[in-house]
Design a protein around this ligand. Structure first.
Ligand SMILES: Nc1ncnc2c1ncn2[C@@H]1O[C@H](COP(=O)(O)OP(=O)(O)OP(=O)(O)O)[C@@H](O)[C@H]1O
Ligand SMILES: [Mg+2]
Length: 227
């Protein structure tokens, strides 16, 4: 049974998949057995045969050289680019948490270091019918620590601090934060980093620039973020 780390973002499209792919690549290049899992993906694009392509899993597979069947990497794939709870409603395919937990456990058993990507930000409804489930409930249930991906630019102090405050209110351990689309030497972005650290005490553990193909982080440090 391997260790796992949950990746959340300060919002959707913030770069969770992009950075996750670099994390898994980094682990694998160091000879460690890194894997990937995502519970629910919406906004999947169909191929010419109409089969929905789980873009996030395909990206991590390609960048990190995982070579795994995408069926193992994502449990629920929806076409509609809406929150999973709504995509599930539209498609009459509710997210079964027991199935997600079983798929997660299998993925964790297959790899020593499993990186699980969330959907959207930390407050992402997975189910809102006779059951009410938000993504943070699942993270708590799985007992995972969280690494937050935030954009380095304008507005990030607010969204990063709110994400951290919410995780703390839910007693979810925070392993650190990664700044994405960072421009070295940018006065505002460096101040954003300093302000988030000062306001929360959470450390920025890596900086990813536009187009980066490697994650600049010590692999032993990275390894220790998994529990
Ligand atoms: N550092 C970067 N350099 C270049 N492109 C990036 C970078 N970060 C993100 N992107 C691009 O921005 C888009 C959104 O990023 P990504 O898919 O990783 O977001 P996400 O948080 O995983 O979104 P979702 O909530 O849909 O899972 C993608 O096209 C991705 O390739
Ligand atoms: Mg993604």
């Amino acid at each position: 049974m391997g260790k796992a780390l949950f990746i959340t973002g300060t919002g959707t499209d913030i770069g969770k998949t992009y950075v996750t792919a670099l994390i898994v690549k980094k682990l694998r290049e160091a000879g460690l057995d890194g894997g990937y899992y995502k519970a629910a993906l919406s906004g999947a694009i169909p191929d010419s045969a109409g089969k929905l392509l789980p873009g996030d899993a395909l990206c991590v597979n390609r960048v990190a050289g995982l070579g795994e069947q995408t069926e193992h990497l994502v449990t629920y794939v929806y076409r509609d680019a809406v929150s999973p709870h709504l995509a599930a409603k539209i498609n009459h395919l509710p997210i079964d948490l027991d199935r997600v937990k079983a798929d997660f456990a299998r993925a964790k058993a297959r790899h020593d270091y499993l990186t699980m990507e969330g959907s959207g930000g930390i407050i992402c409804p997975l189910r809102w019918d006779e059951q009410h489930v938000i993504l943070d409930d699942l993270v708590k249930d799985l007992g995972l620590g969280v690494l937050i991906i935030a954009d380095a630019g304008l507005g990030t102090i607010n969204s990063a601090v709110l994400t951290i405050e919410h995780l703390r209110a839910r007693d979810i351990p925070i392993r650190g934060l990664i700044f994405n689309k960072y421009v070295p030497g940018n006065l505002m972005q460096d101040d954003n980093a300093a302000m988030i650290e000062a306001l929360t005490g959470v450390k920025i553990v890596a900086y990813v620039k536009e187009g980066d193909t490697d994650l600049d982080i010590d692999v032993d440090f990275l390894k220790n973020l998994y529990a």
